[in-house]
Write a protein that binds this ligand. Structure first.
Ligand code: L14
Length: 341
């Protein structure tokens, strides 16, 4: 569009799975980019990446200046964001951070555009907007419209999380192990604590003092913050499964108001960012192989739980690299430039 304002962007952690996804989504959605710079660790500096038909060279983050940059999309390790996000902010760049580093800080907004877009303005507090955990994002996109209508009291969620959440090396570990096992050869576990091929590992991120994992507690804490309701009780079991891309979740909810499966299906059909795939007779329900490289949060297996007064079960699947990370961050950036910059 002629005369439309364009922005100077950078991607930090550009060579990671999420970083690459961010670059391709900026291009696909025609984000008004004036200039794009790519930063990564010393190890990945010098790599070439393509953006809008142009070849860009990845620069080392170490000596990066953020002067003149409008928005930084950060997806490095949490320890990297801890140092470089404040540095970018001090040089006038607004940071949208994908790591867990700032999510629970009270003055940092934690945003899912379909759920709490009105929080984006709080970027002014610290110059940072946090992007939630992948498993939390897809869950709250499905739960928010149900909460608005029926008031959710309690959530019990079990996740089936793909290996891509843990990065490229984790995807390689799964495919290497599958090949080694077929060839009856031994293999090593480097990324995951146990064999992931043909296995399920109920252990994502580190264990905490309460015997839950940090991934599980992120789902508990982040859900309350994003839904702006501390009274919602959430308990989670997070499991790594041998799937490459796409997280799945079995979610049981209890609500204040009575509800039927049909009512929930109707509400979700019109919900932003949601696609209902729910035809049991036709064997139709969301699965990661169908949902990867898609933008929506897919919901199926919607049914009443008659073991409690007002209960519903759902099955929710989404691409963890897109809505769970890169897409959500770019959607935040789109609202940020539309409303504030
Ligand atoms: O909190 O290993 O953003 O799948 C998301 C991916 C934590 C680790 C986060 C994984 C990360 C998680």
């Amino acid at each position: 569009m002629a005369g439309k304002r364009r922005f100077n962007l950078c991607v930090v952690g550009a060579t990671g799975l999420v970083g690459k996804e961010i670059v391709s989504i900026l291009e696909d959605r025609e984000f008004p980019v004036r200039s794009l710079r790519l930063f990564a660790s010393q190890r990945s500096a010098g790599e070439k990446m393509e953006f809008r038909g142009e070849e860009l060279t990845v620069e080392p983050l170490e000596d990066a200046s953020f002067e003149g940059m409008d928005i930084g999309l950060f997806s490095p390790g949490a320890s990297v964001s801890k140092v470089y996000a404040p540095k970018a902010v001090s040089q006038g760049c607004v940071v949208i951070d994908n790591t867990s580093r700032f999510r629970m800080e009270p003055d940092v907004p934690l945003v899912v555009p379909e759920v709490n877009p009105h929080r984006i303005g709080d970027y002014k507090n610290r110059g940072i907007i946090a992007n939630p955990n992948c498993s939390t994002i897809q869950m709250v996109v499905a739960l928010k419209p149900i909460h608005e209508r029926f008031r959710i009291r309690r959530v019990v969620v079990s996740t089936y999380q793909s290996v891509s959440g843990a990065g490229k090396a984790a995807m390689d570990e799964l495919s290497d192990q599958v090949r080694m096992l077929f060839n009856m050869r031994g293999f090593e576990c480097r990324v995951f604590p146990h064999q992931i091929a043909f296995n399920c590992i109920p252990h994502i991120d580190v264990f905490l003092e309460n015997d839950y994992t940090k991934e599980e507690m992120k789902m508990v804490m982040e859900t309350k913050k994003i839904m702006e309701d501390d009274s919602i009780r959430v308990t989670a079991t997070c499991v790594r499964v041998p799937v490459f891309v796409g997280h799945s979740e079995a979610i049981n909810i209890e609500t204040e108001e009575p509800l039927t499966a049909d009512e929930v299906r109707d509400i979700l059909k019109d919900a932003p960012g949601v696609e209902v795939v729910d035809d049991p007779q036709g064997a139709l329900y969301p699965m990661p192989v169908d949902c990867s490289e898609r933008d929506e949060v897919f919901v199926g297996r919607i049914r009443e739980d008659d073991t409690v007064e007002n209960g519903i079960n759902l099955w929710v699947v989404s691409d963890n690299l897109r809505k769970g990370a890169a897409l959500n961050a770019v959607q935040i950036a789109e609202l940020l430039i539309k409303e504030y910059l």
